[in-house]
Design a protein around this ligand. Structure first.
Ligand code: GTP
Ligand code: MG
Length: 227
């Protein structure tokens, strides 16, 4: 049922496809909270445990295989990487932010502490941030460190939407129960958007629906009337 809700109708699907077919460029990397780019167009951010598939999802959304760096080794993305997108480079409508993953134990403690501080500072303090997409491994569901992230977003009243990832790696029979369990876990969370997408960056499953959600968000924000 949720999947049909999430589709948001054919108009947003088509508008989302168009939005993401334009030019997109890497514009900025921030290694510390005070290195962030000046505020500009609306931003969306992708957060989640290390290796959950954040960078791969950005590549799937934009149809560019090598835009964001991905890796088998957890801890690949080590900075906040900003990408800008619009019908042309002088008319940027949206930025998206690829974040370092959390929950990766094999990185030095001081590095992890720095990343966590940067994530929190950015997520709690960014006026132009429209929504955080929190990626959860669809094979495992919500884990303790995901709960910490969701608690932080709820406490700071930062709007977020959960995306289950790696759908291609999960048996069909297990997919609906995973969506249902995730929705149930989000029900009492005040800042959670009440829909869950279940994507695959390998097969493209629900990527059009995710583009449609982002398009809808932009329209609601008032920044996309002329798209
Ligand atoms: P960090 O930057 O370390 O936080 O990781 P990340 O969340 O950016 O993950 P990344 O996109 O680098 O992907 C991690 C691994 O998962 C890679 O080996 C990807 O190929 C794999 N992966 C990502 N998305 C999918 C997917 O939809 N399906 C499958 N089967 N594998 C995926
Ligand atoms: Mg990454």
């Amino acid at each position: 049922m949720n999947e049909h809700n999430a589709a948001q109708g054919p108009d947003f699907i088509e508008a989302g496809r168009k939005l993401f077919s334009g030019p997109v460029d890497f514009i900025w990397a921030a290694a510390k909270s005070d290195d962030l780019p000046p505020l500009g167009p609306p931003e969306i951010a992708f957060a989640g445990r290390s290796n959950v598939g954040k960078s791969s999802l950005i590549n799937a959304l934009t149809g560019r295989n090598t835009l964001a760096r991905t890796s088998n080794t957890p801890g690949r993305t080590q900075q906040l990487n900003f990408f800008a997108m619009g019908p042309n480079p002088d008319d940027i409508r949206l930025r998206f932010v690829d974040m370092p993953g959390y929950g990766y134990a094999a990185v030095e403690k001081t590095k992890v502490a720095n990343w966590n501080k940067m994530l929190k500072d950015y997520l709690r303090g960014r006026a132009s941030l429209l929504r955080v997409f929190v990626l959860i491994d669809g094979r495992r569901g919500i884990k303790d460190n995901d709960v910490e992230m969701l608690d932080m977003l709820d406490a700071s009243a930062v709007s977020y939407q959960v995306i289950l990832t790696k759908r291609d790696d999960i048996k069909l029979a297990d997919q609906e129960p995973m969506i249902a369990a995730t929705l149930a876990a989000l029900r009492k969370r005040p800042a959670a958007f009440p829909e869950v997408l279940f994507t695959s960056s390998e097969t493209g499953a629900q990527i059009p629906e995710l583009r449609a959600s982002i398009m809808k968000l932009l329209v609601e924000h008032g920044g996309a009337q002329s798209l």
